[in-house]
Design a protein around this ligand. Sequence first.
Ligand code: GDD
Ligand code: MN
Length: 335
Amino acid sequence: MKNYIIIPTYKEAENLKDLLPLLVKYNVIVVDDHSLDGTDRICRKYKNVRLITRKDKRGLSSAVLDGILSIKDRDAKIVVMDADFQHDPAKIPEFLEKLKKFDVVYGHREEAQMSLSRNIISKVASVLAKSMINGIKDIKDPMSGYFAFKKSSIDIEKIKPIGYKIMLDVMASMKEGGKIGEVNFKFGDRKNGKSKLTNRVMLDFILQLMELNNFRFLKFALVGLSGIVVNEFFAFVFHTFLPLYLVFIASAEISILSNFILNHKITFESRVSIRQALPRYNLIALVGLVINVSTALYLSIFVYYLLANLIGIIIAFVFNYILSEKYAWKSYEND
Ligand code: GDD
Ligand code: MN
């Protein structure tokens, strides 16, 4: 039996009672964070179930990773699922079947099954994830927690889990040329108990994204702030001898150049030549400026002008960042 199911659990005894009888055909690994709700008693009833109990609660991703690391079988096919029946166990054979052709298979949640707020959070998170992590741009549901992979297709040592999005870690550490497949499923309601997805968990997720992104997003933001200082300084200097419209144009262009140099050296660590990056970045920054100003002008009809300006800055910043990453400093590994 090379098929393994990993189930991370925290206070899921009630659900395990119903779920484990459906999984007797597989090697099941339950990774529990010391729930003290009878999880161990239920697991002991099944010969095919191995329970890993961790004494301190360390989160969903690290639980799944501990499960993966406990599997010695090199040819293992591994399905990761939640205990609460939001992940339909009837789909497991389909995941395993797809692993014959693909290296990682993710469950694509059909959207109608989620509440509106959940849907929005999920959409925002997936746009962020897609813009920050290379190689996942065609994935329809990067936030899914139901997925499967061949152990031999990933570099396990590369995984540094934080937060709860272990699938992103697994995809980010897939070996060269790996193929990603998909299974559709209905994201149902939790059967018993409550969700563990708290604010703290969401914060961890943002940290995880930043880390997978090598903190380029943050560096880009800091460089942007330094650009404001440069811009103001040169506006102050030029003001003594240039007409105002030239003051703004010249100081803006100088700050674009200083941002470019810093981003080239620090944020993108010179991953392409200056000849490619400079004209592209300059263009992006100018378009960004137009976006900033026109958004601010438009929104100022409805809201306080400083708020309008702030929203304009944020939208232009995200635009600048994504295009810098995907176009100006586009490197081979980007696709
Ligand atoms: N060991 C361990 N430690 N298990 C945990 C922990 C933890 O800290 N936190 C949660 N779990 C287990 C739960 O017991 C459950 O089996 C599974 O992880 C999912 O937790 P839920 O609390 O049900 O999460 P959710 O339904 O809000 O989120 C699920 O759906 C999301 C998609 O909307 C998860 O699958 C997410 O990964 C997924 O992104
Ligand atoms: Mn759930």
